[in-house]
Every structure is written in structure tokens, then in C-alpha cells.
Design a protein around this ligand. Structure first.
Ligand SMILES: Cc1cc2nc3c(=O)[nH]c(=O)nc-3n(C[C@H](O)[C@H](O)[C@H](O)COP(=O)(O)O)c2cc1C
Length: 179
């Protein structure tokens, strides 16, 4: 296992707000001493999951990257009260081999003022089924540019920084490579 925290963004949009939010999280982790790597599913171009497509070099490289990470951050847009299809497809390539006892922080971006919880619960269910360690805290941001732009609105920035700190602490206490 390497020392990096892997951020996986769940949108294919070139101007994805959830990807912007994920970048804020990775910056907060770096600021607090974490080493991070960003994985944009738009750039990776994974095939749809099947036993056969899992053998492709692209898929194996994704699986390997997740396996070597000491912790993971998932950030999804909420689509129809669930996570995006592209993130679900990516998670289908993973198993307990990569996720077991791995700390995972969850974040979501939603369109409405009361959205996001379903996407968080959806990710928590998937990660728990793979025996990953879901942090009890998460961050949800409503999508307006004022909230998720180059500069994150301060109340969200504080939540992101707090989640980053908790992920670093959680990883050192409970992760596979805990001291
Ligand atoms: C197909 C689709 C379904 C959506 N369903 C929901 C939803 O159920 N709840 C919600 O709050 N927002 C919903 N939205 C809004 C997105 O969550 C929101 O636009 C988000 O910012 C998209 O993230 P992205 O910019 O990273 O792609 C939906 C958007 C799309 C395209």
C-alpha cells in the first residue's frame, strides 16, 4: 500500500462541480500533510463493467490504483436520488480486495437545497458491502457556482477542511496501514 489518498470524481461533465469540490478536498488534504492523487472518470474512460472488460489494461490499472491507495475520497453528483452511473460502474470494478478496511470519505453535489443525502447513503451502502470504512462525517454541497467554484463558499470550505482532517486521523488510526 502506498501513501496516497485517491480522489475519485463521479461526473463526465467537463465543467463538473463535483470534480471542483473534489479538488478542494484534495487541496485541503495536502494542506494538512496528506499526499493525494486525483482520478477523473472522464479522463480514465473505463469500459462498462463485465468480467471480460475487467481484464482490460485500463480497468486493471484503475483497480491497482485503488488497491494501492491508503484511503479514498468519493465525490458524486446526485442523479435521480442515487450516485451517477459512471461512478457506480467504476465501483463495480472494485471488490473487498481493494476496499476492505480502507477509510473512505464521501462527498456529494446536488441540484436542490435538500438533495445529496441519497447519493451519500448510496455510496455508503456500496462501500460497506465491500467492507470499506466509511467515515461517519460527509460533505454535501448544493451546486450553484457561488457554492462550488474556484473559491468554495466559506461554510463549505470549513466542512471540507474538517472532513480532510478526519480522514487523515481516521486513516492513521484505523486504516490497513495504521501504526
Ligand atoms: C440525470 C440527472 C439527475 C439528477 N438528479 C438529481 C437529484 O435526484 N437530486 C438533486 O439534488 N440533484 C439532481 N441532479 C442535479 C445534479 O446533482 C447537479 O446538477 C450536480 O451539480 C451535477 O454534478 P456535476 O456538475 O459534477 O456533473 C440531477 C442531474 C442530472 C443530470
Amino acid at each position: 500500500m502506498d501513501d496516497y489518498i485517491l480522489g475519485i470524481g463521479g461526473s463526465l461533465e467537463p465543467d463538473s462541480r463535483s470534480e471542483v469540490l473534489l479538488k478542494h478536498m484534495l487541496a485541503a488534504l495536502e494542506k494538512q500533510g496528506g499526499c493525494t492523487e486525483m482520478l477523473s472518470l472522464r479522463e480514465v474512460g473505463l469500459p462498462l463493467y463485465s468480467e471480460k472488460s475487467k481484464q482490460q489494461a485500463l480497468a486493471q490499472s484503475f483497480i491497482d490504483k485503488a488497491a494501492r491507495a491508503k484511503a479514498i475520497v468519493l465525490c458524486s453528483p446526485e442523479y435521480h436520488s442515487a450516485i451517477s452511473g459512471v461512478l457506480k460502474n467504476a465501483l463495480d470494478f472494485l471488490s473487498k480486495d481493494e476496499l476492505s478496511h480502507k477509510p473512505v470519505a464521501l462527498m456529494a453535489v446536488c441540484g436542490g437545497a435538500i438533495g445529496g443525502t441519497s447519493a451519500i447513503n448510496n455510496m455508503a451502502t456500496i462501500v460497506a458491502s465491500l467492507h470499506g470504512l466509511v467515515l461517519p462525517q460527509h460533505v454535501i454541497v448544493e451546486q450553484s457556482y457561488r457554492n462550488v467554484g474556484e473559491v468554495l463558499e466559506s461554510k463549505y470550505l470549513h466542512r471540507v477542511e474538517a472532513l480532510a482532517g478526519r480522514l487523515i486521523t481516521f486513516s492513521s488510526q484505523y486504516g490497513n496501514n495504521a501504526a
